[in-house]
Design a protein around this ligand. Structure first.
Ligand code: ADP
Ligand code: MG
Length: 349
């Protein structure tokens, strides 16, 4: 994910400010910060107990708590410790940690293994992990070796009323939850706000968002999907989430070229290789942002045709950008009228 001068990701979801006649605005408390290697923002319309300072402190500490559990950059996080333990012995975790892994496995099963949180060894092999970029593309033997330690069927969650544990039946499996971490975080911040009696809010963590109610003008939240270019403020679609979550995944920026071929950071677990199709961005609208954040990556793996077929079969609202020689082509699937207004849904350059 790369960031523009507004500190917002590319193909961003931005809260739209209406430019109609001035309306008396309600008070709004707004905070920004960093979490999970990216940026977040929260807007609360109305008062928050203790004001902006209290909101900032509480949201920061909540996100830090989850980051400390699931970060793969922090060798002391609960997930890193599980990854370091290279045995099949159950590894005790918090109920919340068990829940996030269960959710990750559920999205994995729903997409028939396309979203795979154990894909890390392949991500590293292709040069998108902490290891260095390869100077040569990996050999078939290397890919086969890495695939021995990839697959959600090797990851298990054992839960009872007072105990939760993760277990792997291949000792050197490596779990990376970063592809759903932002959505998970946005859900947790939304839950926290609801628990404080806040019902009008917008939470954004990188490409994942959760919102409810109205903005400072008293209008339902509207989010814009920008054109996938470097130009800012070019709106391609408007989403009125109406309480739903939205997440966008894209392969515009995170790729490299080797011997004239373009390699994306999205890996197809079925081949063990980076995707080569021309779907460059996927947006999904679902009840929770964890689901949306997992599914957007899964759609990116599937490619345009399979992603659209999956959306129809699963009755998912999606917005896909496909790169063609003539420019970008938009495909949208939308079940709820007024949820999405897509401009120039055919082609633009
Ligand atoms: P971004 O922060 O770039 O939007 P995404 O949420 O789309 O990221 O997740 C992309 C990351 O997910 C990749 O950098 C890679 O580490 C990981 N990844 C790649 N392929 C898969 C896959 N098939 N399933 C799960 N995670 C994947
Ligand atoms: Mg994602």
């Amino acid at each position: 994910m790369s960031w523009n001068r507004y500190g917002i990701g590319f193909l961003v979801l931005v809260a739209l400010v209406g430019c109609e006649k001035p309306v008396a605005e309600r008070p709004m408390v707004e905070i920004h910060g960093r979490t999970m290697g990216t940026f977040y923002g929260v807007k609360v319309v109305g008062d928050f107990p203790g004001g902006q300072q209290a909101l900032q402190t509480q949201v920061d500490s909540l996100l830090k708590h989850y980051n400390d559990e699931i970060s793969t950059y922090d060798p002391n996080s609960s997930l890193s410790k599980f990854n370091q333990q290279q045995t099949s012995t159950p590894f005790p975790v918090s109920q919340e940690m068990a829940d996030i892994v269960i959710s990750a496995l559920r999205v994995g099963q729903r997409t028939q293994g396309v979203l795979d949180v154990t894909v890390g060894p392949l991500v590293n092999l292709w040069g998108f992990g902490p290891d260095k970029r390869p100077v040569k593309t990996p050999t078939d033997e290397q890919i086969t070796a890495a695939r021995q330690r990839v697959g959600i069927q090797h990851l298990h969650v054992d839960v009872s009323a007072d105990h939760a544990a993760l277990r792997k039946d291949v000792p050197n499996i490596y779990v990376d939850l970063s592809t759903i971490g932002e959505g998970f975080g946005a859900d947790k911040v939304a839950e926290f706000l609801e628990s404080r009696g806040v019902h009008n809010y917008l939470v954004e963590i990188a490409g994942a968002s959760r919102s409810r109610g109205v903005n400072a003008k008293g209008d339902p939240w509207k989010l814009a999907i920008q054109k996938p270019t470097d130009e800012l403020d070019e709106v391609q679609a408007i989403i009125k989430p109406d309480g739903r979550a939205i997440s966008t995944s894209g392969s515009y920026r995170n790729y490299y070229e080797l011997d004239g071929k373009r390699y994306s950071h999205i890996i197809d677990p079925a081949t063990g290789k980076p995707i080569t199709h021309r779907l460059v961005s996927a947006t999904v609208i679902t009840p929770t942002s964890l689901e949306a954040d997992g599914l957007d990556t899964a759609l990116m793996v599937m490619g345009p045709e399979k992603a659209m077929a999956f959306a129809k079969q699963q009755r998912l609202a999606v917005y896909l950008v496909i790169k063609t020689d003539k420019g970008n082509f938009i495909l949208a699937y939308n079940l709820v009228p007024h949820l999405m207004s897509v401009f120039n849904a055919k082609e633009y350059s």
